[in-house]
Design a protein around this ligand. Structure first.
Ligand code: AMP
Length: 225
């Protein structure tokens, strides 16, 4: 990773449905940081039919975790791009202890470390409801929800005016259960890892999107000052 010592490395930790993607996009807009979502990178690999994508597809459809080897290869490649010098918000990475250790090593090689790991807390039942109803604008990626956030004008994206929307294949109640189980088993223990490193922050993500965005904004302003 080619960075300088002032580059912010922020991690959004939380179960699927916690709002990591939505909030990462807001932080990207507000602070000029780069959102780096391993889920998005994997979905792009699946769509492109690369060997990594083909290997990841079945696991993703079942709501399991893709192998550390594949995820780390994809992440390393993305972290080598020049735009990450602006600072990154890691969304959906790391998800296992091995990934967290690999990230620490990758950053240490560049004289860097994690600036803050922000844990977004939601309760399990709310998470399933959030995931099962969500959809995004096919053009700009703005996120919506059947119950919580419909476009102001039905069928038309508030942000870009796009009229096509898409739903993720793994955003069903059944798959969400499997993803939640993977979160509790493999990702939640990382909270202790980042607490031990002294970089853990927590936000109650049961609050409204704007309130969560405000609290995250305050944290990011503080830690990157
Ligand atoms: P997300 O978009 O973050 O919800 O990720 C969608 C799916 O991609 C997950 O359910 C996993 O199957 C896979 N995935 C994304 N990021 C990772 C990761 N860091 N480690 C393992 N699997 C991942």
């Amino acid at each position: 990773m080619d960075t300088d010592t002032t580059t912010a490395v922020l991690i959004l930790l939380g179960p699927p449905g916690a709002g990591k993607g939505t909030q990462a996009r807001r932080l990207e807009e507000r602070f000029g940081l780069i959102q780096l979502s391993t889920g998005d990178l994997l979905r792009a690999a699946v769509a492109a039919g690369t060997p990594a994508g083909l290997a990841a597809q079945t696991v993703m459809e079942a709501g399991g975790l893709v192998s550390d080897e594949i995820v780390l290869a994809i992440l390393r490649e993305r972290m080598a791009a020049p735009d990450v010098k602006a600072g990154v918000i890691l969304d959906g990475f790391p998800r296992t202890a091995a990934q967290a250790a690999a990230l620490d090593t990758l950053l240490a090689e560049a004289g860097q470390k994690v600036t803050a790991a922000i844990s977004l807390g939601v309760d399990d039942a709310a998470m399933i409801a959030r995931v099962a109803g969500r959809f995004t604008c096919a053009r700009c990626g703005e996120g919506y929800h059947d119950t919580f956030k419909q476009p102001a004008q039905a069928g038309c994206c508030d942000k870009c005016g796009g009229t096509e929307f898409k739903r993720r294949a793994d955003d069903t109640a059944e798959t969400a259960q499997a993803r939640l189980a993977a979160y509790h088993a493999q990702t939640a223990p990382l909270i202790a890892h980042y607490r031990a490193l002294g970089v853990l922050q927590t936000v109650d993500a049961m609050q409204g999107i704007d309130t969560v965005a405000q609290e995250l904004g305050s944290i990011v302003s503080r830690v990157s000052a």
